[in-house]
Write a new protein. Sequence first.
Length: 158
Amino acid sequence: MRITLPSLMLGLALALPLTPAQAGVPELRLWVARLIETLDAGLTRGDLRNLRIEIGAEIRVMRLGAPTATYELDELNRAILATDQAWQLLQGLPVCQPAAAGGPVAEPVPCLAQLRPHLLALGVNVSDLGSAYTQAAVVQPMLVALRRQAERSLRSLR
């Protein structure tokens, strides 16, 4: 039997413990739990942005450490990103601004056209939002979808 350098390197790589990836799991579990708790306590857009950065960084560290099953983490990352981007659009686009405080958005059709890809990424059905498109009526289902994904991801982290 002839052992080549590539097969030797592969054998060593498979034999090494996967501790670098495991080192990030407790921290990531804590950040995801923090996201869920913050959602329960009243998440602000600033909170979401900070948690997005921290969770995204932990996921990157885990990917670099060793091969891990990251499907749920990728889904969580997409959900956080979609929520953050949709919330940013909702607060920043003139067509998504209410004509009166707490009222429906000024132009629901163009506003929803901008939000639709992000809502779909979260699994939020636009037809479930009703006819009064207030900012709160759009944000609430996004946060519920984000919480469900965060719980799935937290359960998958071992």
